[in-house]
Design a protein around this ligand. Structure first.
Ligand code: CUA
Length: 349
């Protein structure tokens, strides 16, 4: 190797080291993920950082080499017919560039495998939650003695390990809470599982991460990580609601009647109609479903009720069946009435 080549190699090496250092610094400064709310999040975030630190220099090395070679060995005028020197390979170089990536890959795979084993470890005192996806909503089922209680929002007590059993009623969805860093497909006909230990109180988005139809982007709910006491009272509320609904069918009263506007607008509600429908009174501008300012004045009380309970019975022209969940299945009769009443009021009836 001549003095000139050695000088070029040294220069390439120095450039590579500087660019790698800048690249790693930039990669670590970028805030890639939302807040970490589970015990699983920390090892995953560390794994991510390690992968970045290892991959940035490899990317820089290959790119610097390609750019440098293209520039250094470009064809100059008068060299159009010149052929390169005949080379028969370099065994030592080929062994090195096969062995080094192989060692790096095996090392990273081992590390990732250890992290996976660690975050999927079964823990004592694990709570079971069944998650069921359907076009286009999630429902969360808790075991309560022999019964199951259903909630349209995910409530989890802080620091209690949870094992989710994820299912789907129709097509493939994907249950994902970015703040927990865990996601898994909801596949019709089979049960999939993930484990999470929520470690930070707060409200975090639950999203669907598999394109599942026109309402896919609206398939968003909330995961509430709360204290054990708050969790217990939420379970009690759901239990009362379930019992109240049953009583009412028998002709009795029961439960607090929900406010129709709250049901319509708030994302914490099982409905959050405002994410899909435009309604001036609620300040909503959704376009997934019909504009209610336009269609409501023409609907009777019965028709409004039917549109909530069984939306596919009659579809507004220009819209598609199967987009809106049948809220008759998940809302109590009182909640439906509150919504109907609210919608009639704002449409001026
Ligand atoms: Cu369900 Cu996307």
């Amino acid at each position: 190797m001549g003095e000139e080549s050695r000088r070029q190699l040294r220069r390439m090496f120095v450039i590579g080291v500087i660019v790698s250092a800048l690249g790693i610094a930039l990669a670590l400064i970028i805030d890639w993920f939302p807040v970490a709310a589970s015990g699983q999040a920390k090892p995953i975030d560390t794994l991510w950082d390690v992968l970045l630190i290892v991959s940035v220099p490899i990317f820089v090395l290959s790119q610097t080499f390609v750019l440098f070679a293209a520039w250094q060995f470009r064809m100059k005028p008068g060299e159009e017919l010149k052929d390169g020197p005949p080379i028969h390979g370099n065994t030592r170089l080929e062994i090195i560039w096969t062995a080094i990536p192989a060692i790096i890959l095996v090392g990273l795979c081992t590390y990732a495998f250890v992290v996976l084993q660690d975050i999927e470890k079964a823990e004592a005192n694990t709570m079971e939650v069944r998650v069921v996806g359907e076009q286009f909503t999630w429902n969360f089922y808790y075991r309560d003695g022999g019964e199951e209680i259903v909630s349209p929002q995910l409530y989890l007590p802080e620091n209690r390990p949870v094992r989710f059993t994820v299912q789907s009623k129709d097509v493939i969805h994907d249950f994902w809470v970015p703040a927990f860093r865990m996601k898994i497909d909801a596949v019709p006909g089979i049960d999939t599982h993930i484990r999470v230990t929520p470690e930070r109180r707060g409200e975090y988005p639950v999203v669907c991460a598999e394109l599942c139809g026109l309402g896919h982007s609206a398939m968003r709910q909330s995961a509430h990580v709360v204290t054990q006491a708050e969790f217990d009272s939420e379970m009690q509320r759901l239990r009362d609601q379930a019992a109240g609904g049953g009583e009412e069918e028998g002709g009795g009263g029961g439960g607090e009647p929900a406010d129709g506007k709250t049901l319509f607008t708030e994302s914490a509600q099982p409905t959050a109609c405002s994410s899909c429908h435009t309604l001036a009174d609620a300040g909503s501008t959704g376009t997934t479903g019909p504009n209610l300012d336009e269609v409501l004045p023409d609907l009777s009380e019965e028709q409004i009720k039917q549109s909530i309970e069984e939306p596919d019975a009659e579809i507004t022209p220009g819209f598609q069946a199967g987009l809106m969940p049948r809220y008759g299945d998940t809302l109590s009769a009182e909640q439906v009435d509150a919504l109907v009443q609210y919608l009639r009021e704002v449409s001026g009836k």
